[in-house]
Design a protein around this ligand. Structure first.
Ligand SMILES: Cc1cc2nc3c(=O)[nH]c(=O)nc-3n(C[C@H](O)[C@H](O)[C@H](O)COP(=O)(O)OP(=O)(O)OC[C@H]3O[C@@H](n4cnc5c(N)ncnc54)[C@H](O)[C@@H]3O)c2cc1C
Length: 441
């Protein structure tokens, strides 16, 4: 055992996202604070923002700095240690992980390469977009995997608007057109947010550009939007998108992205100045066969129903970066969703606690409570699953909106507790009454 000098186990969680941060907060409060374990979170960034909010950051309807959480602050309040850095290696024989050096923006090394020992390791590093090797995607598309990428999109959008507003001549063909590849929840939600933004920016004074100057297209290889969700949801969503004037191109497989256009297998060319890739996910590349662990074709660590990796019981993987069988489910594996990451975090906490007490460990069964897709201020659609709805029940409008918002509130409650989330929500309401509805710089 790599236990500390006081002979308490070392628990290392890598990745403080939707799953990892909830887990480390639980472990810290229940074990770290009581001196029963040394709990450490390692993340490659200083701050956490709940990933399902990234399309709002990209559109500018959410200022990431208002909603971000500082890991060091959370660590101090919750009984765990935070260490900044990007995991890039694993030594199972010596029960150590390796974390790459950290550099500042001038390229100077500020933190050297480090090793961290563990008794229990939880890998929760999420996922990144998968370009499936399509030519030109990496060079010409924006991605929404991180806050930095979402902010880069937002500043490019604003720059394009400012240029168009001040150029003193009519807009060139397609100058502000936006194409989104992938009609999953991310692509759909982003398109609705961008439609709202095109109206807001005109209202906030960039009025040489009219909302109709911005054409938004979604390109999807499957035969319907939201291909992973029930068909009635897809139909309702397509109807809403049509009302917003978002052009939906289904059955179109993208074969190349150029500086100004998206080319599809059927021979279509969709011109767009701004292009976003939201067409699929994979776990980060460094996980591929890491120190002999079993991984699948999208680099996910294959786990047993206990969420332990198949070849090493002391290493757990949770959230988007794991491949966990969905017994009796609609897909082979548990889908990469925030609700799955949340459930897995709770189970892993119980599992580690039970193991420390020498007891049997629980197995994970995914509970799909349904899916919700927000079309910004226009609508929210979704389906509710489970005993309450006796199967799958489609919901729309305010009810769906409340449920959509409650997903984020649940994450916040896991991190801050009910009372502080109440206070936060109140302060958010006050802030909204004095700030513009969109980030304007
Ligand atoms: C725009 C968008 C909208 C979405 N909307 C929804 C939705 O409405 N509902 C839903 O259920 N799901 C939604 N999702 C999916 C959801 O965000 C993910 O399923 C969920 O965040 C996965 O949680 P996670 O803990 O596995 O990873 P993440 O939340 O992605 O966290 C991963 C963490 O690991 C860190 N990290 C990565 N690599 C390393 C490394 N090498 N070393 C150290 N740290 C590392 C990252 O900095 C990050 O903090 C959406 C996703 C996107 C992009």
């Amino acid at each position: 055992m790599a236990s500390t000098e006081n002979n308490i186990p070392k628990i290392v969680v890598v990745g403080g996202g939707a799953g990892g941060l909830e887990l480390v907060t639980l472990l810290g409060r229940k074990l770290g604070k009581k001196g029963k374990a040394e709990v450490t979170l390692i993340d490659s960034t200083h701050t956490h923002i709940w990933k399902p909010l990234l399309h709002e950051v990209a559109a500018g309807t959410l200022d990431s700095h208002e909603d971000e959480l500082e890991y060091l602050g959370q660590a101090m309040c919750s009984g765990f240690r935070f260490r900044l850095g990007k995991m890039d290696g694993l030594d199972r024989a010596n029960k150590q992980i390796s974390v790459a050096p950290t550099y500042n923006n001038k390229g100077l090394e500020i933190i050297p390469r480090r090793q961290f020992e563990y008794d229990y390791l939880v890998i929760s590093v999420g996922s990144v977009s998968h370009d499936f090797g399509v030519k030109g995607v990496a060079e010409n598309c924006f991605f929404l995997d991180t806050t930095t990428q979402a902010e880069a999109f937002q500043s490019q959008l604003l720059e394009a608007y400012l240029r168009a507003h001040t150029q003193g001549k009519p807009l060139d063909e397609g100058q502000l057109d936006i194409a989104i590849v992938g009609a999953g929840a991310t692509g759909i939600e982003l398109s609705a947010q961008l439609h709202e933004v095109s109206h807001l920016l005109t209202a906030y004074g960039l009025d040489e550009v009219k909302p109709t100057d911005v054409k938004i297209s979604i390109i999807e290889a499957a035969d319907r939007v939201l291909p992973g969700l029930p068909e009635n949801l897809s139909a309702a969503t397509e109807k809403e998108l049509a009302k917003l004037g978002v052009q939906v191109c289904t059955n179109e497989r993208v074969i190349e992205v150029t500086e100004n256009a998206i080319l599809t297998e059927s021979g279509k060319t969709i011109s767009a100045a701004i292009k976003v890739w939201a067409a699929g996910i994979k776990a980060p590349d460094f996980l591929k066969d890491i120190d002999g662990l079993e991984t699948n074709w999208i680099n996910q660590l294959v786990v047993k129903q206990t969420l332990q990796t198949t070849l090493d019981d002391d290493i757990y993987a949770i959230g988007d970066c794991c491949a966990c069988k969905w017994e009796g489910g609609e897909a082979e594996n548990v889908p990469p969703r925030a609700q799955a990451a949340h459930q897995m975090a709770t189970l892993t906490y119980k599992s580690i606690k039970q193991r420390m007490a020498g007891k049997d460990i629980p197995e994970y069964a995914y509970h799909d409570y349904g899916s919700l897709v927000s079309l910004g201020k226009y609508s929210t659609v979704g389906n509710m699953m489970g005993s309450l709805s006796k199967g799958s029940l489609m919901i729309e409008g305010s009810m769906a909106r409340i449920m959509y918002l409650s997903l984020y509130k649940m994450h916040q409650v896991a991190l801050f507790g009910l009372f502080r989330v109440g206070m936060l929500s109140l302060s958010h309401l006050f802030r909204r009454s004095v700030h513009p509805k969109i980030k304007l710089h």
